[in-house]
Design a protein around this ligand. Sequence first.
Ligand code: ATR
Length: 503
Amino acid sequence: MKTEICISIIAKTAEEAIKGLREAEALADITELRIDFIKGINAEKLKRILENKTKKAIVACRTKECNGNYNGTSNERIKLLKSAMELADFVDIEFETDSDAINSIIKNRDMINNSTKKNTKIIVSYHNFNETLQLEKLDEIYKKIMKLNADFVKIVTNANSINDNFTIFKLLRNKSNLIAFCMGLRGHISRILAPKYGSCLTYASLREKMESAPGQLAAKELIEVYNFYRINQKTKVVGVVGEFAENSMSKHMHNSSFRKNNLNFVYMPFKAREEELGDFIKNFMEFNFSGSSVTVPYKVLIMDFIEEIDKTAKDIGAVNTLVNKNGIIKGYNTDYYGAINAVKEKINPKGKKILVIGAGGASRAVVYSLANENAAITITNRSMDKAKELAKEFNAKAADTKSLKQLMRENDIIINTTSVGMQPNAGQSIAKENDFAQGKIVMDIVYKPVFTKFIEFAKKMGCETITGDRMLIYQAIAQYKLWTGQDADFKTMESALEKETKR
Ligand code: ATR
């Protein structure tokens, strides 16, 4: 069965629900009406709403005990669900906590369907808002629900770790009537990959901030960013592993390029904590994911978990790209390629005097790439010992940040590699306005926001500027090639990123 997107409609009035229904049906094949949120809902109102549907609809009326909002009597609710059996395509009932509905609806389903001449299907749902139980326990729940004679089983659990998603993928194996995914920010991959692993439905919100469950993505985002309707069992999975991977812009660049080149790949955030990395890499290999970007703060740490490291990445001392090469995971660094190409858009760095501010992981890739071009590099950093160490490794000079103004005058190119000025601290700059001197080339590797305070000062003082999105695009282009073997379409990536950074 093809996985469909189900949009949940939470509305306070019947009119609002009808409006929601129309909007949702323009995006998805199936809607879920949470009638427990509609004030004074009764059979007549329900009929009025459902008369407007043109596609399939699920009706759910959850009580407070089932994390719903219904506050009428049990009898009234059962009456409503019986009406739903006449009018809707599916009725959703909660497992365990909803014995009233289970007794009156499921047990009498055939009788109800015979008398209404409909073939309304029953979904029995298990929600766990706290955790994802072990596979064996979830399998037991599935079996218990099947014994109730449900048509479809829905198992939705909270992901406390990226690795919980893989439990759900395993649960989905060999079951054709299961809807299963994880809730929460850490559960996104199970919602996106529902068609790959065989969940009958994935639930989405009508718009951002209209979620009916934690971590629900907007339908438009699933369709337009993740190319949801193109995902199938053969889709190759890539993503970005990071502590705050959900903030990454790369999904826009890669997914739009996959669409443009007609490649069956999908890119998504792998939001993981440090202690989850080991198991994540095991799952990544077991599920044969194709590759990943690596972002803050794992570019160095990830090296402990992988089998092979490319020479350049080793020399730089950081990995920002993982590639699954026939079952072996190999680490690469494409940040250096990003940095050098971004600089070269404006100037050939050969023999130029370059000041690099910062001596962290990102700085290493920048310094490596410029040292390869025989530039004369000076590194300055808040922690002087780190600047000295890096300078020694790459035959550069280290200088005290106290002389920043002077250093910015002595050098031709000035590059900020620190995180200063990055959201949520967008108003900050590592250098003051009058530290900048006219005619210099100034680059910031911070790309969120694209126009940082550092860049703003540089422009004001008459410098040429290179914004952080340039390095981001070039490093992504190199990653794309490593994963797919094909060249990404530069313009597609550029405009996908531009669209997002302007938002
Ligand atoms: P990344 O991988 O993004 O480079 P990192 O390795 O943590 O991250 O490096 C962050 C860089 O930003 C370092 O150079 C850091 O300076 P320290 O080495 O002194 O920590 C610099 N940095 C971060 N916050 C800073 C601040 N408020 N002022 C000055 N430098 C800062």
